[in-house]
Design a protein around this ligand. Structure first.
Ligand SMILES: [Zn+2]
Length: 121
C-alpha cells in the first residue's frame, strides 16, 4: 500500500467519524411549531426549550399561543367553544391544534428520532 493511500483512508475515516459525531450530537428534539391562519403560514417557532408567546388577533378572534419546553398549547381564546384550549399541550410531531372558528391551525413538524428512520417521506 502506498503512503498516499494510507493518508486518504485516514482522511476518510476522520471525515466519516466527524459526520457520525455530528449526527449523534444533534439534539433529539428537532421540532417546529407551524402556526397557520386561514390556510397560510403565519409563524414557525422552534421547540427549543425557550418560551415563545404568540398573541394572534384577527377579525375572527383572539388566540394566545404558548410554545415552551413542554410543547405548544393555547392559553387563551375567545372562540365560543374553547375547544382549542381543551386540546391541552401537544409535543409530538404530527399532532395539531385546530381552532375552527378562527381558521387557526397549529401543527408540530420535524423529526423526533434523529435516526435513519426519521427521514420519512
Ligand atoms: Zn378556539
Amino acid at each position: 500500500m502506498k503512503r498516499l493511500d494510507v493518508y486518504i483512508i485516514i482522511a476518510v475515516l476522520i471525515i466519516s467519524g466527524g459526520l457520525f459525531a455530528m449526527f449523534s450530537l444533534q439534539p433529539q428534539v428537532d421540532q417546529e411549531v407551524v402556526i397557520s391562519l386561514k390556510g397560510s403560514e403565519y409563524a414557525r417557532v422552534p421547540i427549543d426549550g425557550k418560551e415563545h408567546i404568540y398573541e394572534i388577533e384577527t377579525e375572527l378572534g383572539y388566540n394566545k399561543i404558548i410554545v415552551n419546553a413542554e410543547g405548544v398549547h393555547i392559553e387563551e381564546a375567545d372562540c365560543p367553544d374553547h375547544e382549542c384550549i381543551l386540546f391541552g399541550t401537544l409535543s409530538k410531531t404530527g399532532q395539531s391544534i385546530i381552532c375552527a372558528p378562527h381558521y387557526l391551525v397549529i401543527e408540530i413538524v420535524g423529526n423526533v428520532d434523529s435516526g435513519i428512520d426519521g427521514v420519512a417521506i
